[in-house]
Design a protein around this ligand. Structure first.
Ligand SMILES: [Mg+2]
Length: 382
């Protein structure tokens, strides 16, 4: 079998897909989305085209290494995301060729269904306590046993007033009150908090027993992240780290309790599998990061099925179900009582509706919000 063509589709709301075709008529799909940078990823993928045409798509690891090491310059968000999507598509081809789901080729089932965690609040900023209560109760009524929010913190200065900490704490208290004691609550701070403020904040939040706090500080400085582990709340990070090399220091220094490889950025399925194995040496859990589209979810579900140290799978919880594949897959995934069943189809576990993909194509120019401090106009973290 030989690779004959590679093409990219930009998909609303902010997703992209890569399609890898072969001379046997088997086609593989992957999701290389790098939110806000998708036009750059498109160029990166097409720059790999010459390295892939004519190659045997069954040589998944060899081709990963050819793209990663063969170009001399390596790693980083752009190249790693481009490779991630291609790597997923190669696994999809391998599964369709052999008739096996990817998880079956990576050791088989470690569980019978996959626990999902929902995005608690479906809009951007500044929810009231009433809105928080409404959405949390809705998610719990829908059957979810774990929720996450990132909608609780405005930009915070390196040293800021305690009232900002109190505002965040009030919102998490409202979440806990609405969710009850039996639902897990995760909080994502997008690296917004400084090493000075984060310990104060984490200690204020500890009485509400978060499942984990994600990126309380920026992930670039592992020693600073490790200090966040001292306050009785599990710490998570990893969506902005790439390949096993990017994870090495975080894991070896035991700077988190939960690693969150994003299968669209970390190098793909086999890199995520290796990162999970590295994390397992230190009894860390794995919660694959995914605020993206249904092909990313499909790749995550393969890893969730076959690794032992899985915690829960992020689920962006689009009301229309597009993140589960509605309008994109012939048969979308279904969440039942907060779980998705093990996907049993070959490859990544879906058949794509290519016409629907073409119909929802757009120019790929979604951009993340940029936040400023209102008093002096200086830049905050999103
Ligand atoms: Mg995050």
């Amino acid at each position: 079998m030989k690779i004959t063509e590679i093409s990219v589709f930009q998909l609303e709301p902010r997703w992209m897909l890569v399609k890898v075709e072969t001379d046997e008529g088997i086609t593989g799909w992957g999701e290389p989305t790098l939110e806000g940078k998708s036009t750059v990823i498109e160029a990166a993928i097409y720059s790999f085209r010459d390295s892939l045409l004519g190659e045997d798509p069954m040589r998944t690891e060899f081709l990963y290494q050819k793209l990663y090491r063969g170009g001399f310059y390596r790693g980083g968000a752009v190249l790693s995301s481009a490779i991630s999507g291609i790597e997923q598509a190669l696994w999809d081809i391998k599964g369709k060729k052999t008739g096996l789901p990817v998880w079956q080729m990576l050791g088989g089932k470690c569980r019978d269904k996959i626990r999902m965690y929902a995005h608690a609040i479906p809009f951007a900023d500044d929810p009231t306590e009433e809105e928080i209560a409404y959405w949390v109760k809705k998610r719990v009524a829908d059957g979810f046993t774990a929720l996450k929010t990132s909608m609780v913190a405005p930009p915070i200065r390196f040293i800021d007033t305690f009232s900002k900490i109190k505002d965040i704490t009030k919102r998490i208290a409202a979440m806990r009150e609405a969710a009850g004691e039996d639902v897990d609550i995760a909080i994502d701070f997008h690296g917004r908090i400084s090493p000075a403020m984060a310990p104060i904040l984490i200690q204020e939040l500890a009485p509400y027993h978060p499942m984990f706090i994600e990126e309380p500080v920026l992930p670039e400085n592992v020693d600073v992240m490790k200090r966040m582990m001292n306050f009785g709340v599990p710490i998570a990070a990893g969506e902005r780290l790439f390949t096993t090399f990017g994870y090495r220091e975080l894991i070896e220094k035991q700077a988190v309790n939960v690693v969150q490889p994003d299968l669209c950025h970390c190098g793909g399925i086999l890199q995520a599998f290796k990162i999970a194995a590295m994390a397992n040496n230190y009894f860390m859990s794995v919660a694959p990061h995914n605020p993206l589209g249904p092909v990313a979810l499909a790749a995550c579900l393969q890893i969730d099925t076959c690794i032992d140290n899985f915690l829960a799978q992020e689920h962006p919880t689009h009301e229309a179900g597009r993140d589960l594949g509605k309008g994109i897959f012939q048969e979308p995934f279904a969440v039942e009582d907060g779980y998705i069943g093990i996907p049993d189809k070959p490859g990544l576990g879906f058949e794509i509706d290519e016409e629907a993909v073409r119909e929802s194509s757009y120019d790929g120019k979604w951009r993340n919000p940029v936040l400023y401090f209102p008093d002096d106009g200086s830049l905050g973290e999103w």
